[in-house]
Design a protein around this ligand. Structure first.
Ligand SMILES: NC(=O)c1ccc[n+]([C@@H]2O[C@H](COP(=O)([O-])OP(=O)(O)OC[C@H]3O[C@@H](n4cnc5c(N)ncnc54)[C@H](OP(=O)(O)O)[C@@H]3O)[C@@H](O)[C@H]2O)c1
Length: 239
């Protein structure tokens, strides 16, 4: 695909940022969304070329709609949405951190639904389009303390497969499950001891975020009519 137009949510750090860097290097036209606009603007300045940014909170339907609208206004079409924005809150269910559960549902699930709602009419009108969601191996191997996070990721896996079945012959739908990837994801864990444990684990095991960016590029690179449904990418040392 020549200079595809790609919307990336959560492009201000980690996997989203790495994806923006890789795709920009391959000539993609990018529309980057996240809440930390300063970081988006710094990234756009560094990448140069055809990059737009917009302050986006994926919990807000209108923000995600505006991000998709910006792509169409700026570049005349929308080829790919990478629904990447996500948060992880870790802890046992007994702790009853219901606000954290809500945060994960709102960002990880509702945020992707907002992307579907915004992009699907554009994809239908073009008779082409590709939704790539970043889910997680946490949904493949269920472990304690990541239960609600895994539940939100598996909800998106289900959404992705359902959309693929409804999509018909023109749309592509992909869910990518990263294993441990060295990013800022665990910085938000509140319990300092748990946060340090996860940070240490990430430092020991974590893949560079670029490993997931390359999976995104692989899914995009397939010829029309070929849909990569799921990709799982783990560090070799992850069990
Ligand atoms: N790192 C891993 O080991 C791993 C493994 C499996 C899956 N994942 C998934 O990979 C995705 C990217 O995470 P990451 O590891 O790259 O972590 P990260 O560095 O913390 O990046 C998360 C991104 O999501 C954005 N975000 C969070 N809340 C948002 C909101 N309400 N609205 C818009 N953007 C929001 C953040 O931007 P702002 O804060 O600027 O809004 C940031 O750009 C997530 O979906 C995560 O669940 C990560």
């Amino acid at each position: 695909m020549d200079a595809p137009v790609v919307v990336i949510t959560g492009a201000s750090s980690g996997i989203g940022e790495a994806t923006a860097r890789l795709l920009a290097g391959r000539g993609a036209r990018l529309v980057l969304g996240a809440r930390r606009t300063d970081r988006l603007e710094a990234l756009a300045g560094e990448l140069g070329g055809e990059v737009r940014t917009l302050t986006t909170d994926v919990r807000r339907r209108e923000d995600v709609a505006a991000l998709v609208d910006l792509a169409v206004e700026a570049f005349g079409r929308l080829d790919v949405v990478v629904a990447n924005a996500g948060v992880s809150r870790i802890g046992p269910l007994d702790e009853q951190t219901v606000d954290d559960w809500d945060a994960m549902i709102d960002v990880n699930l509702r945020g992707v639904l907002h992307a579907v709602a915004a992009a699907l009419p554009v994809f239908r009108a073009q008779a082409a389009g590709h939704l790539i969601s970043i889910v997680s191996t946490s949904g493949l191997k269920i472990v304690p303390e990541q239960v609600v996070y895994a539940a939100t990721k598996n909800a998106v896996r289900t959404l992705s497969e359902g959309l693929r079945q409804e999509a018909g012959p023109h749309l592509r739908v992909t869910a990518i499950s990263p294993g441990f990837t060295a990013t800022e994801l665990v910085d938000a864990v509140e319990d300092p001891e748990l946060r340090e444990q996860y940070r240490a684990r990430m430092a020991e095991l974590g893949m560079p975020a670029d490993a997931i960016a390359r999976a995104v590029a692989y899914a995009m690179d397939q010829p029309p009519g070929v849909d990569v449904g799921e990709i799982v990418v783990r560090p070799t040392a992850q069990n």
